[in-house]
Design a protein around this ligand. Structure first.
Ligand SMILES: [Zn+2]
Length: 230
């Protein structure tokens, strides 16, 4: 017999259609009492819960941190090199694993957190070398890069339109980033102005301006979209 609702072929023993649940009835067929073909309760596959997975991941990151700290302390009676290893592993956890805790990780939070983690690492290197490290170069350069990358990610994530303006702006900011690198190299290493940073800066700024020019013109925008097969 067939289901009166969906038309699927049914065994004579079936009391209900297993597909749509419609009651099956045929006046000429007597149906013996048998156990149904499919189990009544659907038993889902066992999955590792998210919390368990995170505990496993945290352990995987904590074990090498604790082992290196212990070995270092055991050999040197104080913490020396192991702090770099520990902080580097911690940074990887923050950058790669932490966003997976959240359903929709927003770049407005996680991109700044990533850069703050890198700055923390730089500060520790500077502190542990007695302030002789090049923090006056690394700190402003990483901060500037962090600001422009965060602004770009956040705008691309939240804006529905005008992505070409944002990317154009990013390239212009990246062009000035070259000058910032040169400026802080001059300050940190007491060098004279050489102007090498203009060589990558000019094409980057021109590229950014070009993108903004395309973004302002509707026909140019459409031509670009056709070229790139959007
Ligand atoms: Zn049916």
């Amino acid at each position: 017999m067939y289901c009166a609702n969906c038309g699927v072929k049914l065994a004579d023993t079936e009391k209900r259609c297993p597909l749509c649940g419609t009651e099956a009835y045929h006046p000429d067929i007597e149906r013996p009492e048998v156990s149904p073909l499919y189990p009544k309760d659907f038993v889902p596959k066992r999955e590792i819960s998210k919390a368990t997975l995170h505990i496993i991941l945290i352990s995987l990151f904590l074990i090498p941190i604790l082992v290196t700290l212990y070995c270092d302390f055991y050999i040197n009676k104080t913490v020396t090199w192991s702090a770099y290893v520990a902080l580097a592993i911690f940074s990887i956890y923050i950058i790669v694993i932490l966003p997976t805790w959240f359903k929709r990780p927003t770049p407005a939070v996680f991109v700044p957190i990533d850069f703050l983690t890198i700055l923390l690492l730089l500060h520790y290197i500077n502190y542990s070398t007695g302030g002789d490290w090049f923090l006056s170069f690394a700190f402003p350069v990483v901060t500037y890069l962090g600001l422009i990358v965060t602004a770009t990610c956040v705008l691309l994530y939240y804006l529905k339109k005008g992505h070409l303006y944002v990317i154009g702006g990013f390239f212009i900011a990246l062009g000035f980033f070259m000058d910032i690198i040169e400026l802080f190299i001059m300050i940190t290493f007491k060098l004279d102005f050489d102007g090498w940073s203009l060589i990558p800066m000019i094409p980057l700024v021109l590229l950014g301006l070009g993108m903004i020019a395309i973004a302002t013109s509707r026909s140019a925008r459409e031509a670009l979209a056709r070229k790139l097969h959007f």
